[in-house]
Design a protein around this ligand. Structure first.
Ligand code: PLP
Length: 391
């Protein structure tokens, strides 16, 4: 073994989230060739399990080789041709990233820019579509990791479809942590990442594509600019012909298989309920510590809490102390909220009471070290977690 050591960490930032030993050990299984029937059987069952977590019967549902951004790039590259008009909702850094990526594909990009911490209304989307009937796709982030906002999408698909456009949804910080329900919500293209609520290392981007989107893909006039992320070419490997496209990341697929099995064993509704229960308990604990949550409760994302850094507290000093002395990782703010917030992930195996109680206690110590007297959040956490009658 190479002579290096990796410190033990409690990963409570917005990803990667903690991974169980069974998932880590799955990656150490012997390699199979990516064309080996035994490996192809694993690929098939991963696709089946992904259909369950996405809530879809879409045949084209699989893990893209690459992190969440590869899923984003694939979703945009396959459904945008140069000169197409698309609408991107920018409620935070990841919406901004989608708009940037769409511009690089020579799309004509319209945006609805929403202040950090707020949501976009369907009325705004409809007004934009009616003013610009050339728009062929609307892209939106369901769970904005930079702000901790949960974007409601009820009725969006119907309104967007009736105006001839597709709906693309970023579910990176949603899948496995909050309901995504692709078929019921009629989403056309949805992508995610493995390192968040699926409790798997980073490296794959689950994606699902519905029939309406596939029809648009068939009607493309120009080739997909990205050879690597060409959906139709890759689907040959997933389909009956099993044609080689690129070498599958075999060990990562073992890990995802195991992580999805763990979710199936616990039951997807129970996994989602655990995220919600731990999140609500965390919010109560933080508020009892006189900390302010940046997002109104009705739009608050269970999977990432954004907390205002109290006045006079040194952001990086607190995070360095949390990491160095307690081995706990949380993240700082992004974009407009850089330096103003901490981001705490309630995701995957991190969505556990023990992890959050450890954080609450350690954060209090760090704030006191900064000269900020802070009440304990433990009792408030426990009141919600144990006494609310969740079961
Ligand atoms: C909402 C959202 N979209 C996209 C991404 C990009 O994913 P990755 O960093 O895995 O490439 C992230 C990563 O945090 C995200 O939170």
């Amino acid at each position: 073994m190479a002579d290096y050591d990796v410190p033990s960490r409690l990963l409570l930032g917005p990803g990667p989230s903690p991974v169980s030993d069974r998932v880590r050990l799955a990656m150490a299984k012997p390699l199979l060739g990516h064309m080996d029937p035994a490996f192809l059987a694993i690929v098939d069952r991963v696709q089946d399990k992904l259909r369950t977590v996405f809530g879809t019967n879409n045949a084209l549902t699989f893990p893209v080789s690459g992190t969440g951004s590869a899923g984003m790039q694939m979703s945009l590259s396959n459904f945008i041709e140069p000169g197409d008009s698309v609408l991107v909702i920018e409620q935070g850094v990841f919406g901004q990233r989608m708009a940037d990526a769409a511009r690089r594909l020579f799309a004509n990009v319209y945006t609805i820019v929403v202040p950090f911490g707020s949501i976009c209304t369907l009325d705004n989307v409809v007004a934009m579509l009616d003013a610009h009937p050339d728009i062929t796709m609307v892209s939106v982030v369901k769970a904005e990791t930079s702000t901790g906002v949960l974007q409601p999408l009820d009725g969006w698909a119907e309104a967007i479809h009736s105006r001839g456009a597709l709906l693309l949804v970023d579910a990176v910080t949603a899948l496995g942590g909050i309901p995504v329900d692709v078929d019921a919500m009629q989403f056309d293209i949805v992508f995610s990442g493995t390192q968040k609520c699926l409790a798997c290392p980073p490296g794959l981007a689950p994606i699902t594509v519905g029939d309406r989107a596939l029809k648009e893909l068939d009607a493309r006039k120009t080739p997909v600019v990205s050879w690597y992320l060409d959906l139709k070419a890759i689907s040959q490997y997933l389909g009956k012909s099993r044609a080689y496209h690129h070498t599958a990341p075999v060990s990562m697929i073992y890990a995802l298989d195991e992580a999805l099995t763990a979710i199936m064993e616990e039951g997807l509704p129970a996994v989602i309920a655990r995220h919600q229960r731990v999140a609500e308990s965390l919010w109560a604990g933080l508020e009892a510590m006189d900390l302010y949550l940046m997002v109104k409760r009705e739009y608050r994302l269970p999977t990432v809490a954004t907390v205002a850094i109290p006045q006079g507290v040194n952001d990086s000093k607190v995070r360095r102390r949390l990491l160095g002395e307690y081995g706990i990782e949380i993240a700082g703010g992004l974009g407009d909220w850089s330096g103003k917030t901490w981001r705490i992930g309630v995701m995957g195996r991190g969505a556990e009471p023990g992890s959050m109680l450890t954080l609450i206690a350690a954060l209090r110590e760090c704030l006191e070290a900064e000269g900020v007297a802070t009440p304990s959040g433990i009792a408030a956490f426990e009141d919600i977690y144990w006494k609310r009658g969740w079961n």
